[in-house]
Each structure stands twice: as C-alpha cells, then as structure tokens.
Design a protein around this ligand. Structure first.
Ligand code: SF4
Length: 296
C-alpha cells in the first residue's frame, strides 16, 4: 500500500490533522494504520455481547477523548506497539472468528475509522461487528460505517458541557453524543437478539457513574428515557476507580459510595430503560485487561 496524506476531521476534535499511515499531527496522535494492543476473547462485556464463548475484542491504542480518569490510560494516551496494515487487521479478525467468538468487538475505534472501513469493506465477518466507542463521534464519520457495523456499544459520559470540558477536554461532548446516538439508532434499528440470546443488531448505551457527579448520571438516565425508552439497551457501569490522572481531581479521586450508586439505580429502576447494571464488586483494577504495550 502506498502511503498518502490524509487530512483528518474524523471526530468532533476536527483537528484538520495531517495523517499518514504512521504519523499524525492530531490530538489522538494516531497514524492511519492502527496499533492493536490486544486481540482476544473477552468475557466481561454485557452478557448479550460476551456470552459463553467471549467477545472478540480488538483493543486499539490511542484515543480521541483521553479522559483524565481513563482505566486504559496505558494504551489510550498515545498508540504504542505494533502497527497493523489493513490486511493484518483482517487476519486478526479472522483469527478471532476461528476461536468461536460471538462477535468482533472494535474497542476505542474512532480514530481508526479509516482502517476499519477499508478492512470491513474487503472482508465482512460472519458474526456481528461491534463498534465500542466513547460517544464522541461525528455523524459524517458514522455515515461511512453504515452497513458495516451491526451493534453500536457507545458511552454516554456527560450531559453537562462543564463536566465534559473538565474531564475530557471536550465541552461539545453532550451535543455530539446526542447527534451520534440518533445516527447509530437510525443505522441499526431497535435491538434484535438471536435464538441464543446474543445481540445481533442494536445500540447499547453505557454510562459510567462518576463519584460526586450523581445528578448528572440521573439527568442522563432521564434524557435517554425521554428520548429513546426501550429503543436502546442501557448499561449502568459501577466499575469506576481512580485511574489515569484522577488523583489531580479531588472530587473523583475515590470510589463511588453505596449511597451514590443506589441513588442512580433507584432512578434507573423508575425509568422505562431496559438493559444491564454492574455489581458493586466490579470496581477493581483487575477488571482492566492486561495490555501488551510493546508488541502483539
Ligand atoms: S481522529 Fe484524531 S486526528 Fe482525526 S480529528 Fe479526531 S483527534 Fe483529530
């Protein structure tokens, strides 16, 4: 493949970055070809994604958000490790399929959209493809994925611009995630399950509850309930622990209290949202996969 210059505005950062296969001037610091830090069956996603045989996760290095509390900061701050060509990415996908996974789960994929579109246009796996993203997506870029992605598994992190600015340097996150979610649902439609109980198509919206930010979590539940109800699946995450640079933000430099989580849970149970809740014992660093930051 001959290298070329790509001017990147693929996510709402709209860096107008100069990206080649291996270099970038953009916020995500990622070249066009992906760094894959881990590709293996994963058993700790929602039950309709992980099932018995695991989800075929492909963890990409780098990120367009870089939240201060990121639990994967070892691989998200900047892509480190082996660069994969599009054909090598296809081989990784085929390897995972051969292991009998329920789906191909592209984790933190946004800045890798160029390679993902190339790969999935050349090769469509026989199992659903999951786009497992942070929710800071541009609608134009999502349109390039239309017909290639079966399941969107997206975060909905913030509804307040100040919070999005403080923790993710993305004050426009709320308006971007709202527009992105609309487009995702337009592409997949409402949830469709196979006879084995596994999700075949649809949107799962994840929300990680942050300590001291309970009112915002409740507002997010209210928003999703009002706008989408049971057209989407909702997944409430309890796994927060201070990671990354969280110690520099005193209000989130601790775990959630039981009282905080219960308040959010109570509102969720009053809503019409359907989906999943995480147990309170999930807030452990051991839930973070072991990444290989040098090679794969
Ligand atoms: S994908 Fe990376 S380079 Fe492109 S706009 Fe987003 S942060 Fe900037």
């Amino acid at each position: 493949m001959a290298d070329f210059l790509y001017i990147c505005n693929d996510c709402p950062r709209s860096c107008n970055a100069r990206r080649t296969f291996y270099t970038s001037t953009g916020y995500c610091k990622a070249g066009l070809l992906p760094v894959i830090n881990r590709a293996a069956p994963h058993f700790w996603e929602e039950p309709c994604i992980s099932g018995k045989s695991g989800s075929g996760t492909v963890f990409f290095g780098g990120c367009n958000l870089k939240c201060v509390y990121c639990q994967n900061s070892i691989i998200s701050r900047a892509p480190k490790g082996k660069v994969y060509t599009v054909d090598e990415l296809i081989i990784k996908i085929k390897d995972l399929e051969a292991m009998g996974v329920h789906n191909i789960n592209l984790v933190t994929p946004t800045h890798c959209t160029y390679a993902i579109v190339e790969a999935l246009t050349k090769y469509r796996p026989s199992v659903p493809v999951v786009y497992n993203c942070g929710g800071y997506e541009s609608v134009e870029t999502l349109k390039r994925l239309d017909g290639l992605i079966d399941i969107y598994l997206t975060d909905f992190k913030y509804l307040c611009s100040d919070t999005a600015k403080r923790y993710s340097k993305a004050p426009d996150y709320p308006e971007m995630v709202k527009a992105a979610l609309k487009e995702m649902l337009k592409q997949t439609g409402t949830p469709v399950f196979g006879r084995d109980g596994m999700l075949r198509k649809g949107v799962i919206v994840r929300h990680l509850v942050l300590p001291s930010n309970i009112d915002e979590s409740i507002k997010i539940i209210d928003y999703l309930d009002r706008e989408y109800g049971n057209k989407i699946l909702f997944s409430l995450m309890h796994q927060y622990y201070p990671a990354g640079d969280a110690q520099e933000y005193p209000e989130i430099n601790r775990r959630l209290t039981k009282h905080e989580y219960k308040k959010v849970l109570n509102r969720l149970f009053e809503s019409s949202l359907d989906g999943f809740v995480q147990d309170s014992d999930s807030a452990k660093a051991s839930y973070t996969p072991k990444f290989d930051t040098d090679s794969n």
